[in-house]
Design a protein around this ligand. Sequence first.
Ligand code: SF4
Ligand code: SF4
Length: 166
Amino acid sequence: MSYRSDGVLKKEDLQRALPSEERLRRGPVIIIECVEYIPCNPCVAACPKGAITIDGDINGTPEVDVETCDGCGVCLSACPGLAIFAVDASGDGETAVVRVPYEYRPLPEMGEEVTALDREGQAVGTARVTKIVNSRAMDRTPVVSLEVERDKVMEVRHFVRKKGAE
Ligand code: SF4
Ligand code: SF4
């Protein structure tokens, strides 16, 4: 993958980074959106299955073996750059789930409707909070599950609470 100084994946990066539709339909899997040339690798150590590797020196970009990854989500909280997401597009319904690391406070409420944002911070619709995982082991980086329209599962990467919800 090419390095990007703004840290944001471009369309051509996405075509290479995304799992196949067939893999997405099989169950949850992570998407790593780490494209900066930086010395970092906690994601590699965090994965109990050894699914994440960095080719070359520590400044390289990590890659995930999507056949080994079971989407457990452990690596999401381990990434200091909040650059790992998990998607579950396995159902046949009109919605899918995106899990995002979230360090703002207060945390949203279960069931809350929030504004979904894309990887550049642009609003792309509404999402619903379906799960919040915030254990001590996650070191203050909770993971929030968002139910989104299925065709937005590769677009939504963050959210903001709607006015009045804070
Ligand atoms: S989601 Fe779990 S299995 Fe997949 S890369 Fe992360 S830690 Fe490994
Ligand atoms: S921990 Fe996060 S920022 Fe660091 S290399 Fe892994 S994905 Fe990139």
